[in-house]
Design a protein around this ligand. Structure first.
Ligand code: FAD
Ligand code: FES
Length: 372
């Protein structure tokens, strides 16, 4: 098979892709590259890594970009959106049609999609909204409803507001300077949107502080959240350990996992946000780490869950999410006072190729369901 020949096997490929277009989209650039092998293997949430700077460059490391869209034209094209902030991205912004780039992808693990038609809220910060539109398409194929919540510092840094309004069941936009939509940040509106959309699942992509806040708020409603993190990367293929972050497995053990191959998509509540950028003393393999019994680790994880549960806000006894579960699911120990139990109990993740089983971090293949 030639490098550019499309095929449907899994795993990334390295190809020399021809630039089709580079266009300005407000504060960003959108680049489309002919890369059939990458397009054929793509699942929403995955990214590409591009060699930048040309053959004589000192920019040795590839740059990572979330894939915005793939199309069948020219055998298969890949589009990504980027902010020209540093030397690598500025060089990319100067490329023109017919330039040839070295591109590797699709890399990383994609967003898992729910098995059943549920209500999905897609939260994007800045160019972080770019990968959410292909995910929205995949979710709609599964008859999920899709609501968007997009935020950025200013209106020109919101990517895809029009598409979100056109394709989403609802689209809420926030900007810090108030130039578009509601003045503020996405998390200011998150609670309101969750209630109005009766959200079952949240997907989020954007800056790490935003992902951390979205996870914290989603936790208050016990809504599962899948985040696509953007940790600094060097190799992008799991070799260098530059991109590690601490993630708690369902066995209660924290492991330093590579966001390029074990992510970039993680369950938000499994990321130890306070410890990102460090190796926590209790992480697997950290200096002085001692193996705990599996039972002790699970007890610790359960205790942490209980503590979080106690922090939920009190709401009227009539659970607002009953319409989502049609009253088939019994409520949790909160006795129906929190708004999220039915949501969390109902989401079952697909085991299709979008959600490959994984051993690191431990990945619940089926979200726990409650007996009627
Ligand atoms: C999974 C993933 C998806 C991404 N998706 C996008 C996207 O869709 N659009 C976009 O504009 N940017 C995206 N980024 C960030 C993008 O990789 C950086 O903006 C880019 O590498 C900066 O390169 P530079 O030479 O212009 O800047 P420099 O700051 O000079 O980059 C130097 C080095 O730092 C690393 N680096 C710098 N900033 C970041 C960052 N924010 N995240 C990760 N590594 C960084 C680069 O890999 C490079 O090795 C993504 C990063 C990751 C990890
Ligand atoms: S970037 Fe090298 S291991 Fe992830």
């Amino acid at each position: 098979m030639t490098p550019n020949e499309p095929d449907t096997e899994s795993g990334p490929v390295q190809v020399r892709g021809t630039v089709l277009t580079v266009r300005r989209v407000d504060a960003y650039h959108a680049m489309t590259i002919v890369a059939p092998g990458v397009a054929a293997r793509f699942r929403p949430g995955q990214f590409v890594a591009l060699a930048v700077g040309g053959p004589d460059t000192s920019l040795l490391l590839r740059r990572a970009f979330s894939i915005h869209d793939v199309r069948p034209d020219h055998g298969g094209t890949v589009e990504f959106v980027f902010a020209a902030n540093g030397p690598g991205t500025r060089w990319l912004a100067e490329r023109r049609a017919r330039d040839v780039l070295d591109i590797t992808g699709p890399l990383g693990r994609p967003f898992p999609v729910p098995r059943d038609p549920v209500s999905c809220l897609l939260v994007g910060g800045g160019y972080g909204s770019a990968p959410l539109f292909s995910l929205a398409g995949r979710l709609r194929e599964r008859r999920c409803s899709v609501d968007f919540l997009l935020g950025a510092a200013s209106g020109d840094r919101i990517f895809g507001a029009l598409t979100a309004r056109r394709t989403g069941r609802s689209a809420t936009v926030t900007t810090e300077d108030g130039s578009l939509g509601v003045r503020g940040v996405v998390t200011d509106m998150l609670g309101q949107v969750i209630h109005e959309a009766r959200t079952d699942v949240i997907y989020a992509c954007g800056p790490m502080p935003m992902l951390r806040q979205v996870t914290a708020l989603a936790g208050r409603y016990d809504i599962p959240v899948q985040v696509a993190v953007e940790e600094a990367m060097a190799c992008g293929v799991g070799v260098c350990m530059t991109c590690v972050l601490p993630v708690v497995g369902s066995d209660g053990i924290t492991r330093m996992v590579r966001s390029c191959v074990d992510g970039p998509v993680f369950r938000g509540e499994q990321v130890r946000w306070d410890d990102v950028g460090t190796i926590p003393f209790d992480a697997f393999g950290a200096p002085g780490w001692e193996p705990r019994s599996r039972r002790a680790a699970q007890a610790a994880a359960a205790a942490a869950g209980d503590a979080r549960h106690r922090g939920w806000p009190k709401r009227p006894a009539e659970c607002s999410t009953r319409s989502a579960c049609r009253g088939q699911v019994s409520t949790r120990s909160c006795g129906g006072t929190c708004p999220g139990c039915c949501h969390a109990a109902h989401v079952r993740w697909s085991r299709s190729p979008e959600a490959p089983s994984r051993s690191m971090p431990s990945w619940p293949r089926v979200f726990p369901t409650r007996p009627p």
